[in-house]
Design a binder for this molecule. Sequence first.
Ligand code: PMP
Length: 442
Amino acid sequence: PGPGGSPATHLHARHRAVMPEWLSLYYREPLELTHGEGRHVWDAHGRRYLDFFGGILTTMTAHALPEVTKAVSEQAGRILHTSTLYLDRHMVELAERIAALSGIPDARVFFTTSGTEANDAALLLATSHRGSNQILAMRNSYHGRSFSAVGITGNSAWSPTSLSPLQTLYVHGGVRTSGPYAHLSDAAFTAACVADLEDMLGQTHGRVAALIAEPVQGVGGFTSPPDGLYAAFREVLAARGILWITDEVQTGWGRTGDHFWGWQAHAEHGPPDLLTFAKGIGNGMSIGGVVARAEVMNCLDANSISTFGGSPVTMAAGLANLTHLLEHDLQGNARRVGGLLIERLRAVAAGFPVVREVRGRGLMIGIELVEHDGSPSPEAASLALELAREEGLLIGKGGREANVLRIAPPLSLTITEAEEGAAALETVLQQVQFTIAGKERP
Ligand code: PMP
């Protein structure tokens, strides 16, 4: 151990001394992960954890997936140039596969290094194509942290500045847990949100460029609008030539089980005009990207807008990962295992009033925690995170009030692992319930 205690404690002190204060870390004693395999990761003390969160962060299929490791090391040993000025076989093939999967007719693909940059590129395209910097975004949304991405992020905890190069109007429909429409039925909620959108557009000067929306709000706490809500929006937008950008950074690649992309739950009026992706496609390598109809993608009068986007190593990783995902039907696995997990968690939660709701789709499951009076309990969520770690389980948290536990394991999660995780969460919720009820922990 170093001077500050264990190696991880010492590293934490060094992190605090040199990195920005706003770079938050999970856990009172932050975790240093050293390696992973399948659905498990190990910390610097050699402790093993079942990873119920890495899937949403970057590990889409499995930790240390052999095909990805092989592709990365082979490519790194061959050529590491990072310029879009030269042809790259993996890039073209990955773009072809993504274009075909996207559902967007005559699709073009442009690679970036992150989700933020993908959304930036989508905004650049949409605003240029429409000649307008007016954007519609959803309340409680999260789209990244560049200057323009925070300007379309409705969740104020993640939007550190109110200055923005865009004029953003926030629309109802993303979050159903609070606000005036919270208690409406699906049909009434959809009708209210559509009426609100039409009313807003009726009062807006000039052209609106696009609406950007997450099919399931990720950082916002895994809340989904009723199926078909965005389709209803789409009809209103399309009639006015307003583009629809679907942010699939968390919902893409089959995570929601029933669909390959989140937008497909809202598909009646056709595919979106633009789709952004990132995170898991590289299984840890930084890949983001935007897909758009050729007419929209080609509206820029410019040379390439990235150096690192689509570098050969990340493209080789993405291709190996996507191939694995499709060949092993991990979307089907997300549907089956996610379906069982959500059922099991609902049964567990029924015994604990601290749980307001267990919601989700596929392997994207949120557990919302509340106080006795039904108000959001960020304290319960923080406690649950710590206790889960003690149980050997990594989970995430989110929601506007930071009171939602987020579960998003790698898509290869097995039924046995789902059962193990659910059992650990039962223990966690039991202890959280005791604490919230003002009793001692057992
Ligand atoms: N969009 C959504 C829906 C996200 O969840 C995130 C990341 N949490 C982003 C965009 C930004 O992606 P990145 O962190 O790769 O920039």
